[in-house]
Design a protein around this ligand. Structure first.
Ligand SMILES: [Zn+2]
Length: 418
């Protein structure tokens, strides 16, 4: 297999599709989806045959994909072999195995072929750097180690890709990163913010927040430090789902994924994704855990791909409380805004539902007492307005940089809610 040809082909396709009109794009996408349903999907034992329509297929989720892992990939690779491969070097024959971070029972496994890795790389380059020359580009990717997707470009002469393991902590590779002098940085927002706080010597041309929800509170700090607009790559174990264009629009990756949306209340939706260019691990009508706010405006850049106004957070982190009128749900964005609007001095916090009627608000001791009290009161008032039966406790403690898990400022730790 010629990896660079795969990457270049994918790059060209991604660029070509982005210049179509919306009706033209939808025709192309419908044909590509049909081809996937007829040719690729039936090769996974879970499906066996092509459906008449996509919507004839059952909705899938992580629990199902993990429980019947070998039935969803066309090579019959089972989960225990995949975990064993991951523990070694992430290779299972010609396939690459990766996994999401998360608690042990909750990690998602993925398997992709060599060709898919290069296609993924080509697509992400086409979206992230359409106006930058490949040659001389230095891309620093700072993510947890177990994402085997990124190894593909390391040896290419066209671009230099350097990988820095988030879990080792920034102190261990700060010197190497500064020496590498990346032109593009892809990292979780908490790490980009850490670069600002610690004044790392970096001068990228483009900076992408990835792998965690980008909270509005982090954006100004990061943008001021790099003197650049902060862009986003919305991706998960399950693939690449959206990338910011040069006009600032966060475009869904509809050129490789067909999206259906389920309403989640408060104007938010959760996506069902069908990855119609994946041929190894079949993913169809897969329910993501994320909460999105879709944009109703087309982007100024002219791309036919629809835009997301905001990736609000995870469905897992919706607060579930009792009230006089029965059970109620509160989405992470509403809770976050209540804290941040309480006082302008607040630029970091943790808000955790720790019991059916208990919520804990964590604020650093460096924040003024009156600001902390105002934030606690704002959360209490919001919950009272919804008639929630709940006690909000204020905890004053430092909020250290955690590199071993995803940062979630609003988090629901009710096991039974999952
Ligand atoms: Zn755009």
């Amino acid at each position: 297999m010629n990896g660079l040809a795969e990457a270049a082909g994918s790059f060209a396709l991604t660029r070509w599709v982005s210049r179509k009109t919306r009706p033209g794009f939808e025709r192309w996408q419908a044909a590509a989806l049909r081809r996937f349903l007829d040719r690729d999907l039936p090769r996974a034992p879970f499906y066996g045959k092509a459906p008449a329509r996509l919507t004839d297929l059952p909705v899938t989720d992580k629990a199902l994909l993990m429980a019947r892992f070998e039935d969803f990939n066309v090579h019959g690779l089972n989960a225990s072999l995949a975990w064993a491969a991951l523990a070694r070097d992430g290779r299972a024959g010609a396939l690459t195995v990766g996994a999401s971070t998360g608690t042990s029972g909750n990690r998602g496994l993925f398997v992709i072929s060599e060709a898919e890795r290069y296609r993924w790389l080509g697509a992400i380059l086409a979206k992230a750097t359409p106006d930058l020359l490949w040659r001389g580009m230095r891309v620093a990717v700072i993510l947890p180690q177990n994402t085997g997707l990124y190894d593909s470009a390391r040896k290419s002469r066209l671009i230099k890709l350097a990988f820095f393991d988030l879990t080792l902590g920034p102190e261990s590779w700060r010197g190497a990163l500064e020496m590498f002098d990346p032109t593009i940085i892809i990292a979780p927002p908490k790490i980009l913010r850490h670069f600002a706080a610690e004044n790392f010597r970096l001068r990228p041309k483009r900076v992408f927040s990835a792998a965690e929800t980008l909270d509005p509170v982090d954006r100004p700090v990061i943008e001021a430090f790099f003197r650049l607009p902060l862009d986003q790559i919305y991706m998960a174990t399950e693939g690449l789902f959206a990338v910011t264009c040069r006009q600032g629009g966060l475009h869904l990756a509809e050129d490789s994924v067909f999206f259906e949306f389920e309403p989640a209340g408060e104007g938010l939706v959760t996506p069902l994704v069908t990855a119609f260019r994946r041929q190894t691990q079949i993913m169809a009508r897969y329910r993501m855990n994320d909460l999105l706010r879709l944009s109703d405006q087309p982007c100024r850049c002219g791309s036919p791909l629809r835009c997301v106004d905001e990736v609000v957070g995870r469905m897992d982190d919706v607060f579930r409380l009792g009230s006089a009128d029965g059970p109620i749900l509160l989405t992470p964005d509403v809770l976050r805004n209540a804290v941040l609007k309480a006082d302008r001095r607040i630029d970091d916090f943790r808000l955790v539902q720790i019991g059916p009627d208990r919520v804990e608000l964590g604020l650093p001791p460096t924040l003024a007492d009156d600001a902390a009290a105002a934030a606690r009161q704002a959360v209490q008032t919001l919950l009272d307005t919804r008639k929630a039966v709940v006690t909000v406790t204020l905890v004053r403690a430092p909020l250290p940089l955690e590199t071993g898990r995803k940062l979630r400022r609003v988090e629901c730790r009710l096991e039974q809610a999952r």
